[in-house]
Design a protein around this ligand. Structure first.
Ligand code: SF4
Length: 328
C-alpha cells in the first residue's frame, strides 16, 4: 500500500509568460479564421501541440512551407533578423510572439556588437533562442558547459551575455572566469527572472518534501536544471515528461510528502495530472479515494492567475501588446 499523504506543487510553475503569450497569439489568429502556422514548435510539449493542431494551427520547420498571405507566429525564443525580413518579403502576416525579455536581449546584444566587444554567449548551441541571437552577433563565441570555456581566447574588450534560461550560478561562474581573460569585461545579465524564481521555488520545495518529481521535456535544459537542484538539495528525484510515465509505485518508497515542479514549457494542467497520478499510484488508502480533489487542491494552492496556462481575458482574447517589428 502506498505511503504518499500529500503532493505539493511548486509555487511559480506552468508556462513562462513568453511561451504563454506566443501560444495565445496563435490561438487568437486561428480563432479569427486566419490560416495560422508557428515557425517551429511554439512549446516543447506534445499535448499542447496536439491541441493547437486540433484548432487548425500547423507547425512548420521553414517559411518555405507557408503560403503567401497566411499568418506565421514567431515563437517566444525569437528568430534572426534575416528570418523576420524573409517572412515579410514573402508577404506573410508576421505575428511576433518573441518574448519581451528576448527582444531586450537581442537589442543589448546588437549594442555590444556595435560597441566592438568580443562577445561570449552562454547558451546551448543550436537552441532556437541561441540561433536567433547569433543573427544579431554572428561572431559571438557560444559556450555551454565548463569544459568549453578554455577555448575562449584572451581579448582586450569582452562582453558576456546569456541565453534566458541558463542557470544563474553558471552565468556568475563564467563571469568570474572571464575576468582573467579580458582587460575590460562587460557583463550583461540576461538570465530571465522567471527562470531564477522557478529555480528558487523548486529548491525551497525540494528541501521541504521527501521526494521530488520534475515534469518537462527530456531535452529541456531548464527542466534538467531543476532536477539537478533537487539533487543538490539531497532529495530523491525523478524527471518525467508526463503522468503516463509514472507506473511504478516503488519509485516513491516510503515518501509521505512529494513535491512536483515543471519546466517553462510544462503547463500547470500537466502538473495537476501528475499530482493525481502520484495519489492514485502511491497514495495512502485515504489519499487514493480523493485523488482528483487532492490534486486539484494542490494546484489551486499555488496557481495564481498570473501563472495560468493562458493570458486570454474573460472574453477569450489575449491582452495584446503592440507587435514588435523585425529588425531591419
Ligand atoms: S524563459 Fe523568460 S525569457 Fe525565455 S521565453 Fe520564458 S519568459 Fe521569455
Amino acid at each position: 500500500m502506498g505511503s504518499v499523504e500529500e503532493v505539493r506543487i511548486a509555487r511559480r510553475t506552468g508556462f513562462c509568460y513568453g511561451v504563454r503569450e506566443a501560444i495565445d497569439y496563435a490561438r487568437l489568429a486561428a480563432a479569427e479564421g486566419k490560416e495560422t502556422h508557428t515557425l517551429g514548435q511554439v512549446v516543447h510539449n506534445e499535448g499542447v501541440i496536439a491541441q493547437l493542431q486540433a484548432q487548425g494551427i500547423r507547425t512548420v520547420d521553414t517559411l518555405d512551407d507557408v503560403d503567401g498571405g497566411a499568418a506565421v507566429v514567431i515563437r517566444a525564443h525569437g528568430v534572426t533578423p534575416e528570418v523576420m525580413a524573409r517572412a515579410e518579403t514573402k508577404g506573410l502576416e508576421v505575428i511576433d510572439g518573441t518574448c519581451t525579455w528576448v527582444i531586450q536581449e537581442q537589442k543589448e546584444l546588437k549594442q555590444l556588437v556595435d560597441e566592438g566587444y568580443t562577445i561570449v554567449l552562454l547558451g546551448t548551441p543550436r537552441h532556437p533562442e541561441v540561433v536567433g541571437l547569433l543573427g544579431f552577433a554572428p561572431d559571438a563565441i557560444v559556450v555551454d558547459e565548463e569544459e568549453d570555456w578554455e577555448r575562449i581566447p584572451r581579448k582586450k574588450r569582452m562582453a558576456l551575455i546569456s541565453q534566458s534560461t541558463q542557470p544563474p550560478w553558471k552565468f556568475e561562474k563564467l563571469a568570474a572566469f572571464l575576468v582573467g581573460r579580458a582587460h575590460e569585461l562587460k557583463v550583461v545579465n540576461t538570465v530571465c527572472p522567471v527562470t531564477i524564481r522557478r529555480q528558487q521555488d523548486t529548491m525551497e520545495l525540494a528541501e521541504a518534501v521527501d521526494m521530488m518529481v520534475v515534469v518537462g521535456g527530456r531535452n529541456s535544459a531548464n527542466t534538467r536544471e531543476l532536477t539537478r537542484l533537487c539533487e543538490i538539495a539531497g532529495t530523491p528525484v525523478v524527471q518525467i515528461e508526463g503522468a503516463r510515465e509514472l507506473d511504478d509505485a516503488d519509485v516513491f518508497g516510503e515518501a509521505r510528502v512529494v513535491g512536483v515542479t515543471g519546466g517553462t514549457s510544462t503547463p500547470i494542467e500537466d502538473l495537476e495530472a501528475v499530482a493525481k497520478r502520484i495519489y492514485t499510484l502511491a497514495g495512502t488508502v485515504a489519499a487514493r479515494v480523493k485523488a482528483t480533489e487532492l490534486a486539484r487542491a494542490a494546484l489551486t494552492a499555488v496557481a495564481e492567475p498570473a501563472y495560468r496556462s493562458t493570458s486570454l481575458d474573460d472574453r477569450g482574447r489575449p491582452q495584446r501588446r503592440t507587435p514588435v517589428a523585425g529588425p531591419a
